[in-house]
Design a protein around this ligand. Structure first.
Ligand SMILES: Cc1cc2nc3c(=O)[nH]c(=O)nc-3n(C[C@H](O)[C@H](O)[C@H](O)COP(=O)(O)OP(=O)(O)OC[C@H]3O[C@@H](n4cnc5c(N)ncnc54)[C@H](O)[C@@H]3O)c2cc1C
Length: 283
């Protein structure tokens, strides 16, 4: 392995990144999986010793997740029910060792179509914070990931946080994942659902699907169809054609595209039943 840097100040990390070709590393659970060598090559810039990147806080009208927050930290954090879907995704990323090391920022920056953290964050209208020596900018998550393994992050930028506005951290939520087995599995499809109610009616529905298109996507037509419906019937208003029209799944080692298209409508309906507090109906 080349030189290993582990600064404890963000500004030192940013200056290093600006001055040398380094590989950014957080939990390394994706980086190591991608290398066939015994160790990572070149200069490594480990971000996990920078305290502000590891905190979750509610301030200035938004929830702020440091980019190096681990899945285990998310599971253990006191968060409103709108984040239940993110916690459910966190509990299903690999096993406990992977959840202890793997981070939210790494999951997003790796930009796998099957990244389990992305659908919940899309359903929360999250934005990402990017910093470089020349400043800071914010990008909606929906515009940040542009394709498999592709993002709009510039080479000199570090993702420092993921932000969710208070106004979007409202309602109840659920996440479901379809895999070849219950645990320790990469998603064939994943669904995140957030419902905000006005009385017994849906005031806002936010639904996102992962692993069924080059980039995880929202189901805009389904969301529109659910607006104003009674929450105890919400799943009955999901049109399969609306779900399928939003998706462009591939066939790969995990499943065929037809299997994915068949599975997602049921996954969406079940996630809606869970988010509307009727999970017993699924037992
Ligand atoms: C056994 C196993 C099972 C897994 N199961 C799942 C699963 O079920 N679901 C799932 O979604 N994923 C799964 N993963 C993948 C992985 O654990 C997650 O994507 C994890 O969240 C990645 O985070 P990390 O900190 O380890 O990223 P790293 O491996 O450290 O980095 C990933 C990429 O992001 C870049 N990067 C990291 N942090 C930053 C930052 N702050 N700013 C800019 N760029 C950055 C790195 O340069 C690299 O390109 C699994 C991995 C393993 C090994």
């Amino acid at each position: 392995m080349g030189i290993y840097h582990r600064p404890d100040k963000l500004k030192d990390a940013l200056h290093l990144l600006a001055s040398a070709p380094v590989t950014l590393a957080s939990g390394c659970t994706d980086l190591f999986a991608a290398t066939e060598a015994a160790a990572l090559e070149g200069q490594i810039l480990d971000l996990t010793n920078i305290a502000p990147l590891k905190t979750i806080e509610n301030c200035h009208g938004h929830w702020r997740f440091g980019a190096a927050v681990s899945w285990s930290s998310i599971v253990g954090a006191a968060l409103p029910p709108a984040f239940d879907m993110l916690k459910a995704a966190a509990r299903q990323v690999g096993g406990v060792q992977v959840q202890n090391a793997g981070t939210l920022g790494g999951n997003i920056c790796n930009a796998s179509p099957a990244a389990d953290g992305v659908p919940p964050l899309l359903a929360l209208d999250a934005r990402v914070e990017l910093q470089s020596v020349s400043g800071m900018r914010y990008v909606p998550l929906s515009a940040f990931i542009t394709g498999p393994r592709q993002t709009t992050r510039r080479r000199d930028e570090i993702m420092t946080a993921i932000l969710v506005d208070e106004g979007k951290a409202q309602g109840s939520s659920a996440f479901l994942k379809l895999g070849t087995r219950k645990h320790l599995v990469i998603s064939i499809a994943s669904v995140a659902v957030r419902l905000r109610l006005n009385g017994d009616r849906v005031a806002e529905a936010a639904l996102a699907v992962g692993a069924c298109s080059p980039v995880a996507c929202r189901l805009g037509a389904v969301e529109a169809a659910l607006s104003g419906v009674r929450v105890d019937t919400v799943e009955q208003h999901v049109m399969e054609a609306d779900v399928r029209a939003a998706l462009a799944p591939i066939s790969d080692i995990r499943a065929t595209s037809a299997y994915r298209l068949d599975g997602v409508p049921s996954l969406v309906r079940n996630a809606l039943i869970l988010a509307s507090g009727r999970g017993k109906a699924l037992e």
